[in-house]
Design a protein around this ligand. Structure first.
Ligand code: C2E
Ligand code: CA
Ligand code: CA
Length: 548
């Protein structure tokens, strides 16, 4: 290619037109003048006859030069055009393919899907759009570096491509997300199922790299334009198919990854609900809609109130009173659990300062919060700000926390305990915590999950899991709390099992701060130093902490 700036196509066309005109005119002239001049010139040379007119000879030579010029220009042009075509082709290829895997990219996949749709329509076939997402691919990149990550992506792409029908189009949509689109005989979606199952099988083989072996799983979402009533829905265009497959993929991820789902309408509702919750949480934290409720914790033997477990509730203006099972996992996922939890703690510390000093406060801490190396510092700062004695606080962590970073968890537990905070292992027996964890980590208490407690209703099965956990706790010298004490039968069974703390609907449902205050006032268990001021001055914690 020439170095100078390429001319605009219009200029080039104009110049080409002039060059062509000159060449044609020159040829016509050549025929005209050449017809008379050439024989004369030849005769002058061969037979020494009179020379032709100089002017005419010059015109003839000029003609010849012009024809040569025109022809060369024409040659140049054809070469230039071929070169340009090649460059355009290359640019188009680059713009439409993924540079790493050489399959299509996100942009060109829309067009490819529309083309596949047209093809399917012509043949009366259905279209399947499949979204593939690698599970935990980020870990591979983080652990082994991007070069290894890239190599895995390329290998994966080859494996998938090898399984697909010839006409199917495979694209890398970005990162670790792939998609393919294929036509299939309407109504025979099991063909697609078969293909996807084979795909799972292929991907499950370890990826052998020169230095290491990597194992992967994927999640898959599928969508089709074929309706259950046996027709092909013309409304479902490429964009709609992609969106649906995306929702199905999201569903597969939610269900625990390494699986696939076809889109169905319920997923759309689910997603809409989720979005509503997500926006609600964001706004609700700022508006103070998350409030602590408290569940009584009682001494099984004496029936004395020992303290409360704080349980989060969301007073949503649109949705009503919502339980943590709905909003805690979403808050964790969207990175708002710390903000939510800290706002709840502030309220709970202020509430609990009004209670009798002997009453404890337990709070649940999410595994996500424990990943923050500054967690204990933040918590201690909150305690100081609220002037709340750490000895009255108990932190409940679940077994899931223990898989993630046992070293970090141990440091955290140790530094919290050094401040006087108690740590209990919540929902014991529902996760995978090993005896080793129990033995090695300095817990202060085990909480037996309520799912095991209902067995105490059946007198014959008394020597079941609850008893086993209780004797385990005794062996490790750890006190125990039993959740889910719903009726007298359970309570009576527990009474024969020694000293235990218990909580459950038998003692009362979780209630808000106002109800707890009324309960404690009636029982004479309000902290007389803090309570009257709180009544007068409900929001100024600073003043209270100075005067207390
Ligand atoms: P959990 O720690 O196991 O809390 C006990 C759950 O059992 C509470 O449900 C409580 O209302 C319920 N419960 C108590 N007694 C009984 C009973 O006798 N029978 C039955 N069937 N259920 C009983 P809740 O309030 O819906 O909380 C669910 C879970 O949400 C809690 O389980 C806890 O893991 C989590 N959670 C609650 N508040 C927070 C919070 O502030 N932060 C975090 N990270 N998690 C929280
Ligand atoms: Ca708990
Ligand atoms: Ca539990």
């Amino acid at each position: 290619m020439k170095n100078q700036e390429p001319d605009s196509p219009l200029e080039t066309a104009e110049r080409d037109f002039i060059a062509l005109g000159i060449a044609v005119a020159a040829i016509i002239l050549l025929v005209g003048t050449g017809g008379s001049v050439l024989p004369k010139a030849l005769a002058a040379v061969l037979y020494s006859q009179s020379k032709p007119d100089v002017l005419l000879v010059n015109a003839l030579l000029l003609n010849v030069a012009l024809v040569i010029f025109g022809w060369r220009r024409y040659r140049e042009l054809t070469l230039e055009i071929a070169e340009r075509k090649r460059a355009e082709e290359r640019a188009r290829l680059l713009a439409s393919t993924d540079p790493l895997t050489h399959c299509l990219n996100r942009r060109s996949m829309v067009e490819a899907t529309e083309q596949a749709r047209a093809l399917a329509a012509m043949r009366g076939e259905a279209l399947a759009y499949c979204m593939i997402d690698l599970d935990n691919f980020k870990h591979i990149n983080d652990m082994h570096g991007h070069t290894i990550g890239d190599a895995v992506l390329v290998m994966l792409c080859e494996r998938v491509q090898a399984l697909l029908p010839r006409e199917a189009k495979l694209a890398r949509l970005g990162g670790d997300e792939f998609a393919f689109v294929m036509t299939y005989p309407a109504g025979q979606h099991e063909r697609v199922d078969d293909l996807v199952i084979r795909l799972f099988e292929r991907v499950s083989h370890p990826f052998e790299l020169p230095e290491l072996t990597i194992e992967l799983t994927t999640s898959i979402g599928l969508a089709t334009d074929y309706s259950l009533d046996g027709t092909i829905d013309p409304v479902i265009d490429a964009a709609a198919l992609m969106h649906r497959a995306d929702m199905a993929l999201y569903h597969a991820k939610k269900q625990g990854r390494n699986r696939y789902f076809w889109f169905d309408a319920s997923m759309e509702h689910e997603l809409r609900f989720r979005n509503q919750i997500e926006t609600g949480i964001r706004q609700g934290i700022a508006r103070g809609e998350f409030v602590p409720f408290y569940e009584q914790q009682v001494d099984v033997q004496t029936g004395a109130l020992l303290g409360f477990e704080m349980l989060a509730r969301w007073r949503s203006p649109q949705l009503g009173l919502i339980k943590p099972e709905i909003f805690v996992p979403i808050a964790e996922e969207i990175g708002l659990i710390t903000a939510m939890s800290e706002s709840l703690m502030e309220q709970a510390f202020a509430d609990a300062r009004e209670w009798d000093d002997a009453l404890t406060l337990s709070i649940n801490i999410s595994p996500v919060q424990l990943r923050d190396p500054w967690f204990s510092q933040r918590l201690l700062k909150k305690l100081v700000e609220a002037n709340f004695p750490p000895q009255r606080l108990e932190i409940e962590i679940t077994e899931t926390c223990l898989h993630e970073n046992i070293g970090l968890v141990r440091t955290m537990i140790t530094s919290l305990r050094n401040q006087g905070i108690q740590i209990s292992l919540d929902d014991f027996g529902t996760g995978y915590s090993s005896l080793e964890h129990l033995h090695n980590l300095p817990f202060d208490r085990i909480k037996i999950d309520r799912s095991f407690v209902s067995e105490l209703r059946e007198p014959d099965r008394r020597s079941g899991i609850v008893e086993a956990i209780i004797s385990l706790g005794r062996g490790l010298n750890l006190p125990l709390t039993v959740e889910g004490v719903e009726d007298e039968e359970i309570l009576n069974a527990l009474k024969s099992m020694g000293r235990l703390k218990a909580q459950g609907y038998l003692y009362g449902q979780p209630e808000d701060a106002v109800a707890v205050r009324a309960r404690l006032r009636a029982a004479g268990q309000l902290n007389t130093a803090a309570a009257p001021e709180r009544v007068r001055d409900t929001d100024d914690t600073q003043t209270r902490s100075r005067t207390a």
